[in-house]
Design a protein around this ligand. Structure first.
Ligand code: NAI
Length: 332
């Protein structure tokens, strides 16, 4: 099988090449994001291997089909960037890597929550400048806070359990769970209750057509003044256009984002000699109470090993017409 890996960085090459010692596929690595204008690169390959920001929409899928692609292998959990209906129509199989290391994302979520609320990032920068004053570094305990966990799949459950250990009151929402059921100290609630009661809201649901911009000016109005928002799920769950005014007014007291709505234009790029092509993002970077990381939550050695091995195993199974539990198909 000939595989074209898009959006590839050095670490993708390192881990996929290691995993490929077992499979011996012919792999080519491309730094470019897959999109309509360059999908032709895939000509002559059997498989495209994509990451979260590659645009695998209907038009791209048509081009892939015309050029002989049989498998789209997503080396991530989220597949919101893939038009599954179009892939089904084109008879192209789609596979992903669900739950490769939910701990990586869950632990990172707690990490950025603490870093932000205890001002650890600010303290670290200040101390490098030989300023050892505590002025302006006062934080807050997480103990005793009410935390809303939205999305109680593999990652959300670990986050919720860790927060229970911290002594938080955890309210969780997941469409698969009935409101008012209590499990392991976690109370399942409806979204409105979470918005009204939570001191901290952390997002762990997939991005779907129904929940795009679920955090918006209207839902923010329901939230407590000074709410803390953590997003390690998908950028477009938050309407970024309403963030600046809500940070300025203090409605949002802290915001941590590992994902951003328009991140494909920014993340994975070295813009140090260029500029930020997104005005909202550029302004957000200047808030001392905003912590931004570049889609890093998954990024541990453990996760990269599982992602690479599972991606190649998915491709191997599909190419041999064997059952692949990670095949994703549109429900049409
Ligand atoms: P999962 O599939 O195990 O769980 C997702 C849960 O969300 C399910 O229980 C589902 O019922 C629930 N859900 C679906 N629609 C919802 C809605 N509208 N509101 C609330 N809950 C809803 O997925 P997992 O592994 O826990 O990952 C969650 C998300 O985290 C992924 O979809 C992905 O977007 C994001 N992610 C981010 C990473 C990063 O590096 N920042 C890495 C991996 C995943």
């Amino acid at each position: 099988m000939k595989i074209a890996v898009f959006s590839s960085q050095k670490h993708d090459k390192d881990f996929l090449s290691k995993a490929n010692e077992k499979y011996k596929f012919e792999i080519s690595y491309f730094k470019e994001l897959l999109h309509e204008k360059n999908a032709i690169i895939a000509k002559g390959f059997d498989v495209v291997c994509c990451f979260t920001n590659d645009e695998v929409n209907e038009k791209v899928i048509q081009i892939l089909k015309q050029n002989g692609i049989k498998i789209i292998a997503i080396r991530a959990t989220g597949i919101n960037n893939v038009d599954l209906k179009a892939a089904k129509k084109a008879n192209i199989k789609v596979v992903n890597v669900p739950g490769y290391s939910p701990h990586s994302v869950a632990e990172f979520t707690i990490g950025i929550m603490l870093t932000l609320i205890r001002r650890i990032n600010k303290a670290s920068t200040r101390i490098k400048d030989l300023n050892f004053s505590l002025e302006g570094l006062i934080g807050e305990d997480i103990f005793g806070k009410t935390v809303g966990v939205i999305g109680m799949g593999k990652i959300g459950q670990i986050v919720a359990n860790l927060l229970v250990c911290f002594g938080c009151e955890v309210l969780a929402y997941d469409p698969k769970k009935k409101s008012n059921t209590k499990e392991n100290g976690i109370l399942y609630s409806d979204l409105e209750k979470i918005y009204k009661k939570a001191d901290i809201i952390t997002l762990h649901c997939p991005l779907t057509q129904d929940n795009k911009h679920m955090i918006n000016s209207k839902t923010l109005k329901l939230m407590k003044d000074g709410v803390i928002i953590i997003n390690t799920a998908r950028g477009a769950l938050i309407d970024s256009s309403c963030l600046i005014e809500n940070l300025k007014s203090g409605k949002i007291s802290y915001l941590a984002m590992d994902v951003y709505e328009e991140e494909e234009n920014i993340f994975s790029k070295d813009l140090s000699t260029s500029y930020i092509p997104d005005d909202i993002f550029a302004i957000l970077l200047n808030f001392p109470n905003v912590l931004i990381t570049a889609h890093q939550a998954f990024f541990t050695k453990n996760a990269m090993n599982v992602i690479s091995n599972t991606t190649l195993d998915n491709i191997d199974k599909i190419s041999k017409n064997e059952k692949c539990v990670n095949e994703q198909t549109a429900k049409i």
